[in-house]
Design a protein around this ligand. Structure first.
Ligand code: AMP
Ligand code: FE
Ligand code: FE
Ligand code: ZN
Length: 294
């Protein structure tokens, strides 16, 4: 049998992607994928529409990307490092997980409004109501970036992620609520899900955590590392692959597709079958979704 094409990290309009969940399912199949995970930030509102639109031949893995933070010891004392955790096959109705995601989404709205206020205070004409109309789930910095593009202040969504604008630590950067990382892993596991550390070496997005922290995450029940990710260069992948081997963690690969908000295409990075099978075997919070004939 030919190898299946498995992409375990994508975003729809239910967070900061630009495809509707149904479009995303059709495009995943058109891109030649056999398996796609829908992993919107801090919410599950895309699952239903995606599940109803799975084309023949595609399997949907319902998932979520949780905003978390890890304490990291450093020369100047402890600091908090933001990170993203993928939770596959979670039970979205598990109350502690649902409540935490709802709290993060609410904090995302407050934070986005504060960022917009700070931009407005400096004379940059961005409008919260116009941003709000583009939001169909969790609001994120890409929604603000789209408004900066529309206002002619930057040339592209990516160009807004700089120190002058809303890049990590940048002039108009603010953080949203985060779940302490070991607690986040516990939540995903208690919801029957499988936790994978998203883009652990994406240093272009801000500071990354140490190997010691990854080892502690592994001890708390982390299942895998997303080694093959567009933000990782070859040396980073080699280092993470070897760390995953040392810690007995699965290795995954995914595009982190965001529609038109990023140039990366569906299927740009893939997960090997054994890692996918291990995730399927471990996830009990919900089931993969296949095409249902109407
Ligand atoms: P937030 O979750 O609101 O802090 O926004 C982070 C999101 O911004 C990430 O999930 C990416 O989708 C997006 N992002 C981060 N860096 C870039 C970049 N350089 N270009 C485009 N999108 C980015
Ligand atoms: Fe995103
Ligand atoms: Fe992420
Ligand atoms: Zn993502």
């Amino acid at each position: 049998m030919e190898r299946r094409r498995i992409d375990l990290h994508t975003h729809s309009r239910a967070s900061d992607g630009t495809d509707t969940p149904a479009q995303l399912m059709r495009r995943a199949r058109a891109a030649g994928l056999d398996v796609v995970a829908l992993t919107d930030h801090d919410g599950f509102s895309g699952w239903e529409a995606a599940s109803g639109a799975v084309p023949p031949g595609l399997t949907l893995i319902p998932g979520v990307e949780l905003s978390a933070a890890a304490p990291e010891p450093g020369p100047a004392g402890e600091r908090k490092i933001n990170l993203h955790l993928l939770g596959y096959l979670v039970d979205a109705s598990y109350p502690p997980l649902a409540a935490e995601c709802a709290a993060i989404r609410e904090s995302r709205v407050r934070r986005a409004r504060r960022i917009v206020q700070a931009l407005t205070d400096d004379g940059h004409l961005v409008d919260w109501e116009r941003i709000r109309k583009r939001v169909h789930g969790s609001v994120g910095r890409p929604h603000i970036a789209q408004e900066l593009v529309a206002a002619g202040l930057v040339d592209s969504v990516s160009a807004a992620f700089t120190p002058e604008w809303i890049g990590a630590g940048g002039r108009y950067y603010l953080s949203e609520r985060k779940v302490p990382v070991l607690q986040a892993i516990g939540l995903i596991r208690a919801a029957g899900g499988v936790a994978v550390f998203a883009h652990p070496g994406a240093h272009g997005r801000g500071a990354t955590v140490s190997d010691q922290t990854i080892a502690a995450m592994s001890g708390a029940g982390l299942a895998g590392l997303e080694v093959d990710h567009p933000d990782h260069d070859a040396p980073t992948r080699a280092r993470l692959r070897s760390l995953a081997g040392d810690l007995g963690l699965l290795v995954t690969g995914s595009s982190d597709y965001h529609g038109d908000n990023k140039p990366i295409r569906l299927g740009a990075e893939l997960t090997a079958e054994p890692a996918y099978e291990a995730i399927l075997a471990a996830g009990t919070g919900c089931r993969p979704v296949r095409h249902t004939p109407c």
